[in-house]
Design a binder for this molecule. Structure first.
Ligand SMILES: NC(=O)c1ccc[n+]([C@@H]2O[C@H](COP(=O)([O-])OP(=O)(O)OC[C@H]3O[C@@H](n4cnc5c(N)ncnc54)[C@H](OP(=O)(O)O)[C@@H]3O)[C@@H](O)[C@H]2O)c1
Length: 325
């Protein structure tokens, strides 16, 4: 004789068996399958998007730009590489021209040299860039410089110089190339910003301001260009192990010339370039490429600004103290 409670338990077990055997497991595998298929389709779409695309990379002579050139070249893109250092561009082009890849056909890159602080040179460079392949699919505004100094010591022409290279230069180049993209109803503008385009840390005022302006400009551009089928991606990395701090400008306009500890501990530019490639391939709109702590700081700035400001003020005090000691 089976007691009512045992019968209840048996019934429960049978129902559970039925659910796991007939519904849940197939449903789970179905979901995983759909997710896997989605990922595969996304990868194929991304590869197709980048293969044979005409991609312009500014600041291709060094750091992240050089690694982006390598990554996009390996993905089969037709490159136009920009910078001021002719020898570095020539060396990169002969390296890329001699490299082979598993992804199929690659193309020999072109180079266009110009200084982002010179509006006339930017206009002429845009014409030259368009002559390389006849059109541009993707513009990666990567070139930039950093800054180190206290606001109270910094000459205004230094602020202007940083804004010129990091903000007005990319804006001018974008505006010069945009009409041809709008005409084709096809194009993609990428801005390499920084986490400092979302939060401001002390003694980086000019740099943070230029990157905040970059974020704002390209956010507006995204909204305005959607109807013309132009994609806009803003990428905001944290520290990358490049020459950015070495080439940074200081309060009196001289070059900083030192590799900062944070920069030296940053991610490898090749790794970040792969993230840029993936973000562009997936046509992402806004990408933050940082560790947990800077990401939390971005949320803290929005959700609890008072706490964020207090942390930044004590950081400024600490840095001033260590500089004076
Ligand atoms: N490194 C980081 O920790 C970090 C973090 C976040 C974001 N980023 C951003 O990543 C981008 C690339 O920087 P990076 O780290 O690769 O630094 P980098 O190694 O110093 O490279 C900077 C590039 O910008 C070009 N450039 C500088 N001034 C120029 C000018 N007046 N006209 C034309 N090109 C100019 C340089 O080319 P030439 O010398 O040939 O002119 C160089 O190729 C920058 O926008 C930077 O703000 C870097």
């Amino acid at each position: 004789m089976v007691s009512p409670s045992t019968r209840k338990c048996m019934l429960k077990e049978r129902v559970m068996d039925l659910v796991t055997q007939t519904t849940i497991l197939p449903l789970l595998f179905g979901c995983l399958g759909i997710f896997g298929l989605f990922r595969v389709l996304q990868r194929i779409r991304s590869r197709t998007y980048l293969r044979n695309a005409v991609v312009v990379v500014t600041g291709a002579t060094s750091g992240l730009g050089r690694e982006c050139a390598r990554a996009f070249h390996a993905a089969g893109a037709k490159l136009v590489l920009c910078g001021r250092n002719v020898k570095a561009l020539e060396a990169l082009i002969s390296e890329l021209a001699g490299s082979c890849t598993s992804q199929g056909q690659t193309h020999k890159p072109y180079m266009v040299t110009f200084d982002l602080t010179d509006p006339g040179a930017i206009a002429a460079a845009a014409v030259e860039i368009l002559q390389c392949f006849g059109y541009v699919d993707i513009l990666i505004n990567n070139a930039g410089i950093s800054y180190r100094g206290a606001i109270s010591d910094t000459r205004v022409d230094v602020d202007r110089r940083v804004m010129e290279i990091n903000y007005f230069g990319p804006v001018a180049l974008t505006k010069a190339l945009l009409p041809s993209m709008v005409k084709r109803k096809r194009g993609h503008i990428v801005a390499i910003s920084s986490v400092q385009g979302k939060i401001s840390i002390p003694f980086r005022s000019a740099y943070a301001a230029s990157k905040h302006a970059t974020q704002a400009f390209f956010d507006c551009l995204r909204a305005e260009m959607e109807q013309d089928n132009i994609e806009v991606t803003v990428i905001s990395p944290g520290y990358i192990y490049t020459n950015l701090s070495v080439n940074a400008v200081t309060a009196d306009g001289s070059i900083y010339g030192a590799l900062d500890k944070n920069t030296a501990q940053g991610r490898s530019p090749a790794e970040v370039a792969q993230d840029v490639l993936a973000a562009v391939g997936k046509k992402k709109k806004d990408v933050l490429l940082t560790d947990l702590l800077p990401s939390l700081a971005v949320y803290l700035r929005t959700l609890a600004p008072g706490i964020f400001f207090r942390i930044m003020a004590s950081r400024a005090k600490r840095e001033r103290k260590s500089k004076n000691s």
